[in-house]
Unconditional design. Sequence first.
Length: 278
Amino acid sequence: MAAAEFFELNSGASMPRLGLGTYKLDGPASDTVALIRRAIELGYRHFDTASLYGNEEAVGQALIDAIRAGDVTREELFVTSKVWNDDQPRAAEAFGESLKRLGLDYLDLFMVHWPWPQNGTFVDAYRALIDVRDRGDLVSAGVANFYEETLDEIIDATGTAPAVNQVELHTGFTQPELREYHAKHSILTEAWAPLGRGEILNDPAITEIAEAHDATPGQIALAHLLAHGISVIPKTANPERLAENYGALSVALSDHEVARLGRVQGHRQSKDPRQFPG
């Protein structure tokens, strides 16, 4: 079972199915720039950052340097950032600040990072992103860590389903009910922590399938999600792991293998968006 090269979003845009997550790439800017330049050499075109990560300037510098060097064109890149919780009441302004830090003319995807239902501002924040999209600085508006009730609220309020919902998702915790909701509303599911923070990689189903494909357990975990039509953005600061993760695109799992991986038991490893940040 193989996945398409790109995922088509409900906005009409095409998104590479595997990208580089940059959470915790918060060391020296030169290290982040070097890692992203290496990622582009390997074939990465999809880069995910956020205002919270504190690295938008370095990410943008790496992309601009690569464009100027002729390694890639802006049109080949897919760049995502996100508005943090405290900035939800000023989401449009926060978008402009992210765009300036990145040094780009437009973003491919901008997301409301968490719903923060206790604060009651996520609907207006998402509506602001729709307005930004409609003025032309943003190709697609999305969300992260939203669940069915909050998705209902933003769709009912705006008449527009987000292009993407980025959520915690990995082998053993694949959120089938949420993915079914996404499918009904043409929302692409994107997985953060797609490697399950390493906790799932010693499961016999993963290790045995990895051996059969002459692949690594991490590649199998990523290929499993890709086979379900889920975008993945594994994060790493290790250049060798960067190449390993990208190699998951070459792993084609059988239907039987996908079904076996679907029986792996796991759990949510981070905050429940119904409670976070409280």
